[in-house]
Design a binder for this molecule. Structure first.
Ligand code: AMP
Ligand code: TRP
Length: 326
């Protein structure tokens, strides 16, 4: 049994891409591994946040995770700031990282580009992420490809400490979520579906109303050929619709191509609306139930206690390694 850790930022707008690309795998992983899924609120404040909104989003995301099937009895689901070891180990690792390697991170470069001044937290964000992972002796970190560089840094820091002071950390491996499972934007199928795109019809959020889902899919960009076949290169829009259809129903792309022989895009879109609405309905229903329940808070508190027990052991080891305290 491996230990799995992943962190998610508390932003409410979880979409079909996040679900098919990441969440579904989190649910699968929990069957055979010891999983920790952490809502990383301390990462969120590297950019300004409205405190009331942040608190709300933490619970929104936790409830959505549980609504899609992350089971707080099987997995440890918790909020980062409830376990003080993250910030503490973050500090220790800050003292092991070089500023040069942090300035080289592409995400830092992207987020700081063109700004006169940015918070130091944005620069040290990947070190806190390394702390999240190393705090739990994590073996596997399932994340998107965009996090590859941060995982490399985590491994480098672990190896650096182990080499200098003797074995202190487990060196984790990234498990990069399938690129093939990328869900593309509905209005522009050459870029991926994203939380931040201005056009709300570019994505389907897990909590969208049926009328919104219908509008987004019916408006989606296709092509003028009029034939329903999978061809990412020449028909990215239709291919994206087929991929979503296939991922949600389990039907193969080939079977779908056969089913839709002689049909127009309108038919495919209409059916896909139904598939998406039906797939999301039980998630939305469960979400409502969980979001308002006392069990949600209880589950997160219980998760924090279980995480804390593991974190304390690691922190004792880390303090000894570095000669901190008495
Ligand atoms: P983000 O929304 O960038 O915080 O991503 C959270 C997780 O969802 C990451 O593991 C990504 O790999 C995954 N993800 C985000 N957008 C997509 C997408 N359009 N298709 C598939 N997976 C995605
Ligand atoms: N940086 C990750 C992201 O933006 C979130 C994250 C924080 C994370 N800590 C983590 C992911 C630890 C995996 C493991 O998506």
């Amino acid at each position: 049994m491996s230990r799995v850790f992943s962190g998610v930022q508390p932003t409410g707008n979880i979409h079909l891409g996040n679900y098919l690309g990441a969440l579904k795998q989190f649910v699968e992983l929990q069957e055979e591994n010891e999983c920790l899924y952490c809502i990383v609120d301390e990462h969120a404040i590297t950019v300004p946040q409205d405190p009331k909104e942040l608190k709300k989003h933490i619970l929104d995301v936790a409830a959505l995770y549980m609504a899609v099937g992350v089971d707080p009895k099987k997995s440890i689901v918790f909020v980062q700031s409830q376990v003080s070891g993250h910030a503490e180990l973050g500090w220790v690792l800050n003292c092991c990282a070089n500023t040069g390697e942090l300035f080289r991170m592409t995400q830092f470069k992207a987020k700081s580009a063109g700004k006169e001044s940015v918070g130091a937290g944005l620069l040290t964000y990947p070190v806190l992420m390394a702390a999240d992972i190393l705090l739990y002796d994590t073996d596997i970190v399932p994340v998107g490809n965009d996090q590859k560089q941060h995982i490399e840094l985590t491994r480098d820091l672990a190896i650096r400490v182990n080499n200098k002071y003797g074995k202190t950390f487990v060196v984790p491996d990234g498990r990069f979520l399938k690129a093939g499972a990328r869900v593309m934007a509905l209005d522009d199928p050459t870029s991926k579906m994203s939380k931040s795109a201005v056009n709300e019809h570019s994505r389907i959020s897990l909590l969208d109303e049926p009328s919104k889902i219908k509008k987004s899919i019916m408006k989606s960009t296709t092509d003028s050929e009029g034939v329903i076949r999978f061809d990412i290169e020449n028909k990215p829009g239709v291919s994206n619709l087929l991929s979503i259809y296939s991922a949600l129903t389990g039907k193969t792309i080939e079977a779908l191509e056969k089913d839709y022989e002689g049909h127009g895009y309108g038919d495919l879109k209409k059916d896909l609306v139904e598939v998406v609405v039906e797939s999301l309905a039980p998630i939305q229903e469960k979400y409502k139930e969980i979001r308002e329940s006392k069990e949600l808070i209880d589950a997160l508190n219980d998760g924090a206690n279980r995480a804390e027990a593991i974190a304390q052991k690691t922190m004792k080891r880390v303090r000894d390694t570095f000669g901190l305290g008495l």
